[in-house]
Structures are given as C-alpha cells and as structure tokens.
Design a binder for this molecule. Structure first.
Ligand code: PEP
Ligand code: MN
Length: 336
C-alpha cells in the first residue's frame, strides 16, 4: 500500500495514520523524497483502504500488492520523466540516445566523441572513469581527473554526462561533474551504494545485475527511491545464460515487461547486451520496438584501439547510421 501524504501533515496526524495501519497488521515506512512524502505499508491482510484514506493529512492512497512498491506502475497515473535541463528529457514519451566510449581515455578522444555527438544531435555522452574490470591487470579508468576533463569538454558543448560510480565514497567528489550516475551490473545489489544514491538529487541509471531477475532490478530501484531519490531509470544490459555464442543474452522481453511493471524509464544497452559490434544496431532496433525509452551504446573513433570493450564499440560511421535507424524505429513505434 502506498499512502501519499500532504506536505504539511502534522506529526500527530502522521502518528495516527501509522497507528491505524498497525492496528490492521501493516508495518509502515515513512519515505521523504526530494518532491514528495509517503508512507509505504506492508502487510498481508486485506484492508478497506477508504477507511485509511479519509484520515487527515492524506492526499491519496493506493493498493500495491507487488513486492516493489514506489517504483510500481500500479499507483502512478503518469510515467516518470527525468529532466536534464535544456529540454533534454527521458521517459513518458521522451526518448534519448546516450553514446560514447566504454572508458574515458584522453582529451583527444573525448573531444572527438563530443564533436561526433554534436554533429548527430546526441545530447548525452557515456564514458567510464572508474571501470569495473574482470581482471585487475586491465585498464581501470582515469578516475576523478579524467572525470573533470570529461566534464569540461562536454560542458562547453552542452552535452550531459553519464558515468559509473562504484563506491559510496566516490559520490561526493563526482557529484558536481556528473549528470547521471550509472550503477553497473556488478553493483546492482550493492544496497549501501543504492541507499547513498537515494540521498543524491541527480538521476541514477540502474543496470540489471548479470544474473539478476526483473524483480531484483525493481527492488534495487526501490532502494534508491525509498531513500529519497525518485529520479531513476532502469537499464537492460543482457544477462548471463548458458549461451556462449555472444557475451550476454539481451533480454528484450524484460524491456516490454518493465514498461508494464514500472513508471520508471527503461533504457536498452545493446553494446553489453550482445557484445558484438555487428549486432549492436539490430538489437538496439529490437529494443526500441519493445518500448525502450532510450538506448545507451558504446562509440569510439577507433574501436580497435579502445582501452576496453572495443569488440562491441561502433565507429563514428557505424554509429551515425545506427542513430538514424534508431530514430526511424522510434518514429515507427510511436505510430503504432
Ligand atoms: C559499462 O557500461 O561500460 C559497463 C561496465 O557496464 P555493465 O555494468 O553493464 O557491465
Ligand atoms: Mn563497457
């Protein structure tokens, strides 16, 4: 059950609502986000919500039987829109492409990608400065200095930045240089990190864990939301299955399912989803037709020389074609 409270609810009124819930066998958690105030009720017995909903201080009340509550589509009339300023929006009809290298490598590299994005009207650049790598001997990113350089070059052109945060301790120093915090697949259930991102006032892109279920992804988002941050998008990036012909199995089903289950925007990452350059674009197109609110993809001026994930990275010519077809697919999807 989700109870939307009035912003000016009195402490006594709040206590009264909590008492009434308790009397019906419901444990309640108070959630204050940057924009709203809620009580999330968890219990088993059926309750006539009208009896609670008429108490003073309550704006609205909703029955939500899903394990995840605040991110469920059951109670929100409108899907969430993330607003990055300058009319760069994601969700509820707003579609964005995010593109850039797997890793931020050099000033020269970032400048080339920024020019390519500007020429193609792509507004959000991806690029990791803290890289989770399977081997400790692989390139692990340029860190905070790299992020500052990334930010300076993007800011000059109005390009927004999405980059991965790996630890709670990094959030503070990264905050002013980031527009969207990415939580990687390997951290999808790092609940301390998710809690901490709940305190942040910037959007969070939460990737699905390598072997995470859709429900677990939604529960991860519930951590961020219930700690105060409603600005979340979910990302399908492929899961690990028994299939070894490609890097991961892009679960297109999940995109369609998530669009029915949650009000949050759903983003597709076909680069990690299949891991093979030649198939990134078709999988992106399939994701768009499944209803994705955006696509995030790896792009580099010379993928063969990329410090990481070159095998799944498009060059500028391939990427330019992909953007055009992704936008055409989106236009077709909107007509349906
Ligand atoms: C990435 O985006 O480069 C990345 C490491 O992604 P994931 O967490 O999905 O593996
Ligand atoms: Mn990568």
């Amino acid at each position: 059950m989700i109870i939307q409270l009035e912003q000016d609810i009195l402490p006594g009124q709040l206590a009264e609502v909590q008492r009434e819930l308790e009397a019906r066998g419901y444990a309640s958690t108070e959630v204050k986000t940057q924009s709203q105030h809620y009580l999330v009720g968890v219990g088993k017995k059926p309750v006539d919500i009208r009896q609670i909903g008429t108490l003073p201080g309550i704006r609205d009340i909703h029955r939500v039987s899903d394990g995840y509550k605040l991110v469920s589509k059951k109670w929100r009339v409108h899907d969430t829109i993330l607003d990055l300023g300058d009319d760069i929006k994601i969700g509820s009809g707003h579609f964005q492409i995010m593109a850039g290298p797997c890793s931020i490598e050099s000033e020269e590299q970032v400048s080339a990608v920024v020019d390519h994005l500007v020429a193609n009207k792509v507004k959000i650049m991806r690029g990791g400065v803290y890289k989770p790598r399977s081997s400790p001997y692989s390139f692990r990113g340029l860190g905070q200095d790299g992020l500052k350089m990334f930010h300076r070059l993007c800011r000059e052109q109005g390009i927004r930045i999405i980059t991965e945060v790996m630890m709670v301790e990094q959030i503070g120093e990264m905050h002013d240089y980031v527009d969207i915090f990415q939580v990687g697949a390997r951290n999808a259930q790092n609940f301390n990190l998710l809690d901490a991102l709940g305190e942040v006032d910037k959007p969070v892109l939460l990737k699905r864990g390598m072997s995470g279920t859709i429900e677990e992804l939604l529960q991860g988002a519930e951590y961020v939301f219930s700690h105060g941050n409603e600005k979340i998008m979910l990302c399908e990036r492929g899961i690990r299955t028994y299939e070894s012909a490609y890097r991961n199995t892009m679960d297109i089903n999940a995109i369609a399912m998530l669009k029915k289950m949650t009000h949050l925007p759903v983003i597709a990452d076909p680069s990690h989803g299949i891991g093979i350059r030649a198939f990134v674009e078709p999988i992106a197109l399939a994701s768009v037709m499944a209803g994705a609110d955006g696509v995030i993809m790896e792009v580099h001026q010379t993928p063969e020389k990329a410090a990481s994930d070159g095998q799944q990275t498009l060059n500028f010519v391939e990427a330019t074609d992909a953007y055009r077809r992704i936008r055409a697919a989106r236009a077709l999807w909107e007509e349906f």
